[in-house]
Write a protein that binds this ligand. Structure first.
Ligand code: ADP
Ligand code: MG
Ligand code: ZN
Length: 479
């Protein structure tokens, strides 16, 4: 048999840290990057005799996420203890949800070449994050930092509906953008605010039964996820082709070697001896409570995209790119409100801004300038005060040291030369220095004009008004 005879099956468990101010069962802050163990208290350090109290915001955020992903919201839910030992989990159990998650039976739509496809969501539940072990920081040994212990998470579990690496990336990007839009998580993957366990199996095409899966834990970059899936699919097919059997196990992806390694046998639910947490009360949600949250939901990416296609006539591709991030999408809309030129704002975002973000490996949320500054840049070009090539330089400045674009061009002396006398002086100088181009132009080579304009631009460091240059060169050449 060949590779083409196999079908890939993928299901994702995504953990998103919620951006509540305080932890899930105590009032310690959740801010990322603090000195180790400075955001802890007896509750999140697991001192015996302490009692957890559920942070209401956590429920609200999880319900919000459920509503935004087409889930049914449970009226009756609860917290359970998931028992296991790990040094970063001093209670020796994690408070999570077992058989009554807050949200179930949802879906997320992704765009594929064959059209829209729904990826089912099995459930979304709330749970607490564990602490973090820092290995070998002071020579030997590991130190535990409990700042993260008790940071609220939602776990979003998908159905095994995903069929390849590309769809996995689309699903994850879509999920990330939804969580960003509804502002329940900052989704910073580098900081571990969003991480995915990737479950992969293969089966012969036409088989109904799923193959045995392996699970790659805590992946937090799109590139690693795509690479890891590719590697794991090949590994599994090789084993099956040789007549072997896939072991259900938990794997670790190693970025450097580009391989997966076994961490442990996969545990089953019964290994955790889940039971309802006796310290916490049941979570009962009223119709009214859910309705109120529904009313706070903002416009979601799909709807914004539709609007951009109709209202601003953006291409599918551009609309996809801009709405993929709430931040970009807000930047787009807010800048248009100020400058009234959607086409120009779209162009800046999809070309120069996107390129700079990519080169600097920045997330849109890290863009240092605001919509007003971008709009001012557009206005300066529209008014002919600067050329678009100077505009590109202004944009670089906006990334490096954001301030009013008008100040930037004044400081750098970048104001466009639109004075007829000054332009004429340059035109005559360039013509004098390039007699061959004049001859070429007269011999019918139109390209010579472009060359001359280019030379004049160079001479003025991009500051000459290009329309005026063009006009004046033509006048002189046709004399
Ligand atoms: P856990 O990993 O915690 O035991 P589940 O059994 O609910 O949880 O499965 C977790 C994830 O694995 C889900 O996203 C599910 O879609 C996916 N999954 C389950 N079986 C398979 C399979 N055979 N191949 C690929 N993914 C699978
Ligand atoms: Mg799992
Ligand atoms: Zn605490």
């Amino acid at each position: 048999m060949s590779r083409e005879d196999y079908e890939i099956v993928i299901g994702l468990e995504v953990h998103a840290e919620l951006s509540t101010k305080t932890k899930i069962f105590c009032s310690c802050p959740t801010k990322f990057g603090a000195e180790p163990n400075t955001q802890t208290c007896p509750i999140c350090m697991a001192m015996p005799g302490t009692l957890p109290v559920l942070n209401e915001k956590v429920v609200e955020y999880a319900v919000k996420a459920g509503l935004a992903t087409n889930c049914e919201i449970a009226r009756d839910s609860k917290n359970d203890r998931k028992n296991y030992f790990y040094p970063d989990l001093p209670k020796a159990y994690q408070i999570s949800q077992f058989d009554k998650p807050l949200c179930e039976h949802g879906y997320i739509e992704i765009d594929t070449e064959e059209g829209k496809r729904k990826i089912g969501l099995t459930r979304i539940h709330i749970e607490e994050d564990a602490g973090k072990l820092n290995h070998d920081e002071f020579g030997g040994g590991s130190l535990v930092d409990l700042n993260r212990a008790g940071v609220p998470l939602i776990e979003i579990v998908s159905e095994p509906d995903i069929r390849n690496g590309e769809e996995t990336e689309k699903y994850l990007r879509k999920l990330k953008s939804i969580l960003e839009y509804i502002e329940v998580s900052d989704c910073k993957m580098q900081e571990g605010s969003l991480r995915a366990d990737v479950n992969v199996s293969v089966r012969k095409k036409g088989d109904v039964k799923l193959g045995t899966r392996t699970e790659m834990k805590n992946m937090n970059s799109f590139r690693s996820i795509t690479r890891a899936i590719e590697y794991e699919v090949d590994r599994q097919i090789d084993i099956l082709e040789e007549g072997g059997k896939i072991e259900q196990e938990t794997l670790r992806w190693d970025e450097v070697s580009g391989k997966t390694f076994s961490m442990r046998d996969k545990e089953d639910a019964q290994d955790y001896r889940y039971f309802p947490d006796p310290d916490l009360v049941a979570i009962k949600l009223s119709e009214e409570y859910i309705q109120n949250i529904k009313e706070t939901l903002p416009e979601l990416p799909e709807s914004r995209k539709k609007r951009y296609l109709e209202e601003y006539k953006l291409s599918q591709k551009d609309a996809n790119l801009i709405t993929s991030s709430k931040y970009l999408s807000d930047l787009f809309e807010d800048a248009i409100k100020v400058c009234g030129n959607p086409k120009a704002v779209n162009n800046w975002i999809i070309s120069d801004i996107s390129r700079i973000l990519k080169e600097a490996e920045m997330d849109p949320i890290e863009i240092p300038f605001d919509a007003n500054q971008l709009a001012k840049l557009v206005i300066l070009i529209d008014k002919g005060i600067i050329s678009s090539s100077i505009g590109k330089k202004v944009l670089v400045e906006l990334f490096e040291n954001p301030r009013d674009p008008e100040t930037i061009i004044k400081e750098n002396g970048w104001i466009q030369i639109s004075d007829e006398g000054a332009i004429k002086e340059v035109v005559l100088k360039i013509l004098k220095a390039n007699p061959q181009s004049i001859a070429d132009y007269k011999a019918g080579k139109d390209r010579a004009l472009g060359f001359l304009v280019g030379q004049a631009m160079k001479e003025t460091k991009g500051k000459a008004n290009p329309q005026m240059l063009n006009k004046m060169f033509l006048e002189e050449l046709n004399k």
